[in-house]
Design a binder for this molecule. Structure first.
Ligand SMILES: NC(=O)c1ccc[n+]([C@@H]2O[C@H](COP(=O)([O-])OP(=O)(O)OC[C@H]3O[C@@H](n4cnc5c(N)ncnc54)[C@H](O)[C@@H]3O)[C@@H](O)[C@H]2O)c1
Length: 252
């Protein structure tokens, strides 16, 4: 099968963690993945894992419109189509709110929320042509009030509002837009926070009814469903995949 006959997905933050697991899943299902990621090191490792015939990486900074535009121009030129977009580029940087600077707040908002806007805007005409789908990665932080994470909780809550708004606005263009709100997932992001002492995995596991972190593949399965024609009547939804963390009434 030629590359132009294969379904193409673009994944921001696609060279690690949840994004890489979505790429693996997409490739396993016969598609081609374009990883838009800031880290050259992560891109090289991811492409050697996925195979250069199944994926390519474009060094992209989602905080910079020109970088995002260049990435999508490259997709137009090389792949000539786009069927799905997953917006997952993100960082975790907890800090006491009273000590959070404007610059830190705006930087985190720019990666998470601004990144979703920039990539979705750049992908709109390609996805309209293919009647494709977008999945934005939210978090249980959009549902729970987590101390020292006011910027992150704000960004993820706003991503869910952005998801609903674009789902309605772009429905006539044939584009579905959904969000996935993962609970805690074993990735480089959570490993780093645990190593820095900013995340304690023991209470998370004991507070989660399924009593563990997710594997990235379990989140990829949910993203894959929402990007697929199986979800053809689902739009504007935020699908929680958290092992029961947010519905737990056991405290009572
Ligand atoms: N791991 C979890 O427990 C968890 C839970 C809920 C939500 N999330 C969200 O899932 C998404 C992916 O997280 P992950 O755990 O897979 O993290 P990860 O650190 O494994 O992967 C994130 C990727 O994003 C890239 N990235 C960072 N800044 C970027 C930028 N400016 N432009 C482009 N790429 C950039 C990094 O290079 C990295 O490859 C994030 O939005 C995160 O907030 C994660």
């Amino acid at each position: 099968m030629g590359i132009l006959e294969r379904r193409v997905v673009a994944i921001t933050g696609g060279a690690s963690g949840i994004g890489l697991a979505v790429a693996e899943r997409w490739v396993a299902d016969g598609g081609f993945a374009v990883l838009l990621d800031l880290s050259d090191e992560n891109i090289v490792a991811a492409i050697s894992q996925l195979g250069a015939e199944n994926a390519r990486g474009i060094r992209t900074d989602v905080t910079k419109q020109e970088s995002v535009d260049a990435a999508f121009a490259s997709i137009v030129q090389r792949e000539g189509r786009l069927d799905g977009l997953m917006n997952g580029a993100g960082i975790g940087r907890p800090s006491p709110t009273a000590e959070t600077s404007d610059a830190d707040f705006e930087f985190l908002m720019s990666i998470h929320l601004g990144g979703v806007l920039r990539a979705s805007r750049a992908a709109h005409s390609l996805l309209s042509a293919s009647r494709g789908a977008i999945v934005n990665i939210s978090s249980v932080a959009a549902k729970n009030g987590m101390p020292q994470r006011a910027s992150y909780c704000s960004a993820k809550s706003a991503i869910e509002g952005f998801t609903r708004s674009t789902a309605v606005e772009w429905a006539p263009d044939g584009i579905r837009v959904n969000a996935v709100a993962p609970g805690y997932v074993r990735t480089a992001l959570t490993d780093a926070l645990i190593a820095e002492g900013k995340l304690n995995d023991e209470p998370i596991v004991s507070r989660t009814p399924l009593a563990r972190f997710a594997d990235p593949q379990e989140i990829a399965a949910v993203v894959s469903f929402l990007l697929s024609p199986d979800a053809s009547f689902v739009t504007g939804h935020s699908l929680v995949a958290d092992g029961g963390l947010t519905i737990d009434g056991n405290w009572y």
